[in-house]
Design a protein around this ligand. Structure first.
Ligand code: SF4
Ligand code: SF4
Length: 167
């Protein structure tokens, strides 16, 4: 989904549900910690394996990242709208946040599919260096956060599990 539309939806959501902002901020804080943990593990291997990749995931039509409503709302709870981070790189199928040194988005707040890497090479390398189990725990924590986020963004689907919980 393009950035303009996501921003429009975020503004509409906040205008309609101002009481959700606190919960969104709590989830954004948890997301940041989880993503920093994942990043530390991924940074140890991606610099070595990704430059040689023939099917680079950042150049497979992610448009403005792989953002969907949920992770964009989380992003916005912790950051300004990232219009200024888009890069005119001229790559036909390249993500608009892909810069010469990698992703221009903050390392603690990228779209979920960008950190929940579904890449066999990454999984193999994580396994080889003994980090796969730790990465899987972060992955599961992000799954759980996504579930909570889903109900927050779509309150009509089920009772909100964050309602009344402490931070
Ligand atoms: S994460 Fe996997 S698919 Fe993406 S660039 Fe690296 S090796 Fe390629
Ligand atoms: S990691 Fe960054 S550059 Fe790559 S697809 Fe995701 S948002 Fe785009």
């Amino acid at each position: 989904m393009g950035l303009e539309l996501l921003e429009e939806r975020y503004q509409a959501f906040i205008a309609k549900n101002p009481g959700c902002m606190d919960q969104l901020t709590i989830l954004a804080g948890r997301n940041s910690l989880i993503q920093l943990g994942m990043r530390a593990l991924l940074d140890g291997i991606t610099a070595r394996i990704c430059p040689a990749c023939t099917a680079c995931c950042c150049q497979c039509m992610p448009v403005d990242g792989w953002f969907t409503e949920g992770d964009y709302f989380i992003f916005r709870a912790a950051n300004d709208a990232p219009f200024h981070l888009r890069i005119d790189h001229g790559l036909p199928n390249g993500c608009s946040f892909l810069g010469p040194h990698g992703c221009a988005l903050p390392p603690d707040c990228r779209p979920f599919p960008c950190v929940k890497v579904n890449c066999k090479t990454v999984s193999r390398e994580l396994d080889l260096c003994g980090s796969l189990e730790k990465f899987t725990r972060y992955y599961e924590a992000l799954d759980s956060l996504q579930e909570q986020l889903w109900h927050l963004v779509h309150p009509e689907t089920a009772p909100n599990p964050l309602q009344g919980s402490a931070a």
